[in-house]
Design a protein around this ligand. Structure first.
Ligand SMILES: [Zn+2]
Ligand SMILES: [Zn+2]
Length: 207
């Protein structure tokens, strides 16, 4: 079970965060969607060499890089921190793949924030992307989602409603927005799952 895997080494834990969809979706066929949505591009990447380690990249990272922009960077180099160091812009300032400068609960340790910002591939959203957290830890990103994807997930629906209401959207308009979400549309959800308790939660944004 994924929940038990949080005892594993940091590299395994990082892999669970970014490939969480693979665990969830064996029955749904979402695995490739999740990889793409997580910022990984499969096309042509298998034989392309990573700019940093020169090994075949496998997956090509296509998400945000707050640092020097690589042509090809592999999962290994992001997960072990090589990419954060090598793509840094100035002395001592490491490259980041997700902005963790806001919206992080106080009970999330600094080491977790660094794991997400420096050793976990980011994902591409319409607006500024942000990671979600639960049980004092960063959650696994499962991918972009639409109404059909979240309809069977009452916990994810509750979080989407709460997020919109907190932004000032009234309850009925929030329901309409959630029902209009599409994973490839101009109104999109971003789904996460807690590695500890299994709760799903999400936020949405628009073009
Ligand atoms: Zn590499
Ligand atoms: Zn939790």
């Amino acid at each position: 079970m994924v929940a038990g895997a949080v005892r594993y080494c940091p590299i395994v834990k990082t892999a669970l965060r970014i490939l969480g969809l693979a665990c969830l979706s064996a029955a749904t066929g979402w695995v490739l969607l999740g990889l793409r949505a997580s910022g990984w591009n499969l096309r042509g990447a298998w034989r392309s060499a990573c700019d940093l380690c020169s090994r075949p990249a496998g997956f090509r990272y296509a998400g945000p890089v707050f640092g020097r922009q690589p042509e090809v960077v592999c999962l290994r180099c992001i997960a072990d921190g090589t990419a954060a160091i090598s793509l840094g812009l100035r002395d001592g300032i490491r490259a980041e793949f997700t902005d963790v400068g806001w919206g992080v609960p106080d009970d999330v340790p600094k080491a977790v924030r660094e794991e997400i910002s420096q050793r976990t591939p980011g994902f591409i959203g319409w607006q500024q992307e942000h990671w979600l957290y639960h049980c004092a830890d960063a959650a696994a990103f499962l991918g972009r989602v639409g109404w059909d994807d979240v309809r069977p997930l009452p916990d994810a629906l509750a979080s989407l409603r709460a997020d919109l209401v907190q932004l000032g959207v009234d309850a009925s308009a929030a329901e309409e927005q959630i029902a209009a979400m599409h994973r490839d549309g101009e109104l999109t959800g971003y789904l996460f799952r807690c590695l500890h308790c299994g709760t799903h939660f999400a936020y949405s944004d628009a073009s």
